[in-house]
Design a protein around this ligand. Structure first.
Ligand code: NAP
Ligand code: MG
Length: 402
């Protein structure tokens, strides 16, 4: 075996649950450890250990990311009453992703992985569309009310000094519904910075759309904050990198994206990002071909797969079945983290290894060897459908040039 690549700074490793926890170990053993002298600070975010530590381990892993800068995370179970019963938990734990996002103040970016023989259902998309979703406020933190009959609906703001501002929403002529939503300048600024940093890091243009023609204060605020942050902090760096920032009305953004060849970051307000990321991921084959990275405005990165713990496959695995669960997004979470670590530490060999592992993984699929989820979509039809272990062995062979 040739010499393994040495690392300077450890990655924060956040282990997880179910089928992805099983695959996590195989990805490390078969694909990474033979080539990299892997250094990580390990945190077990498996649901039982989160529960045993009263979720302290999740906070600790997020704090470690603030200290070390780059994390790689396995999918984790978000607790529900059913899961509390299934695992005999003390607590209905909060979502680890929400906790980590809270500590890092981050924005989540998603990017599909393209293989030549698994085409997106929108033929024009020859390059991946990256989606950045603002994960704070709007309808996700709304206050709603049903009103039983006629009356006056008002928006009232009482400032810290007691001064009151009010606006009529509607003189309701009959029963109906009301909703109050908000956002914060600080959060919009962080979102804008994270988007511009990500676009530079991935070397893609940045598009942003909002409904500012109708929402002349709320959505217009997003437009203006983006314009200001871009002008003050990013214009020169974008110019030097040959990249552009493009703002347009959200309707126009949607229409243009459908006709584009892809290859841009599409920054979305919270609801738009929720809906559009599902559209882009389903149009780009399988959830298992979508990576996700949390970027904080201070430049911390946490890489993960966009999918969950693949619970159904795990139950089959527990019965002794060999499942054909696709590890691509997990592999790309590791390569993303190793490449970023190499970039920050000045260890270019890590970046070259990440490229080689991604090429070997895509090369395996493009040669017709893949897991079941892709086999349904591949053209031409696959040579062979492999189970997860066989697929990773095929990648490992290709990687070591055998
Ligand atoms: P999921 O794990 O994403 O799986 C949903 C379905 O998508 C699977 O049953 C499978 O379809 C297909 N799929 C997803 N990933 C795949 C892969 N790598 N290879 C092949 N097929 C794949 O979602 P879920 O089953 O709704 O959620 C399971 C758990 O994950 C939940 O406890 C949830 O809280 C958690 N979750 C965690 C995260 C995260 O940590 N980021 C994100 C989402 C969900 P078929 O069964 O048809 O093969
Ligand atoms: Mg959604």
């Amino acid at each position: 075996m040739s010499q393994r690549i040495a690392m300077k700074t450890p990655l924060v490793e956040m282990d997880g649950d179910e089928m992805t926890r099983v695959l996590w170990q195989v990805v490390k053993d078969k694909l990474i450890l033979p080539h990299v002298d892997l250094k990580t600070e390990y945190f077990d975010l498996g649901i039982k250990h989160r529960d045993d530590t009263d979720d302290q381990v999740t906070y600790d892993s997020a704090q470690a990311t603030l200290r070390l800068g780059v994390a790689v995370k396995c999918a984790t179970i978000t607790a529900t009453p059913d899961r509390v019963k299934e695992y005999g938990l003390k607590h209905l734990l909060p979502s680890p992703n929400a906790t980590i996002r809270g500590v890092l103040d981050g924005t989540v970016f998603r990017k599909p992985i393209f293989a030549r023989n698994v085409k997106p259902s929108v033929p024009a998309w020859t390059k991946p569309i990256h989606i950045g979703r603002h994960a704070y406020g709007d309808v996700y933190k709304n206050v709603e009310m049903q009103v039983p009959g006629p009356g006056l609906a008002e928006l009232v703001f009482t400032a810290a000094d007691g001064q009151v501002t009010r606006k009529t929403i509607m003189e309701m002529p009959g029963p109906g519904i009301l909703r109050g939503i908000h956002n914060l300048d600080a959060s919009i600024e962080s979102f804008a910075r994270a988007c511009f940093l990500y676009a530079l890091s991935e070397h893609v243009d940045c598009w942003f759309g909002a409904k500012d023609t109708i929402s002349k204060t709320y959505d217009a605020r997003f437009r203006d904050v983006f314009a200001r942050i871009f002008k003050e902090e990013f214009q020169d760096r974008f110019k030097a990198a040959g990249l552009t920032y493009f703002y347009t009305l959200i309707d126009d953004a949607v229409a243009r994206v459908m006709k584009s060849s892809g290859g841009m970051l599409w920054a979305c307000m919270n609801y738009d990002g929720d809906v559009m990321s599902d559209m882009v991921s389903s149009a780009c084959s399988s959830l298992a071909m979508m990576t996700s990275v949390l970027v904080s405005p201070k430049g911390y990165f946490e890489f993960e797969a966009a999918h969950g713990t693949v619970q159904k496959h795990y139950y089959r695995h527990l019965k002794g079945e060999r499942t054909s669960t696709n590890p691509m997004a997990l592999i790309f979470a590791w390569t993303g983290a190793l490449r970023k670590r190499g970039e920050l530490d000045g260890v270019p060999e890590l970046g070259r290894f990440a490229d080689a592992l991604e090429q070997a993984s895509l090369g395996t699929i493009e040669a017709g060897f893949m897991t079941g989820d892709l086999a349904r979509l591949a053209a031409p039809a696959p040579q062979k459908i492999l189970d997860s272990e066989e697929f990773m062995s095929a990648i490992a062979q290709r990687l070591s040039g055998r």
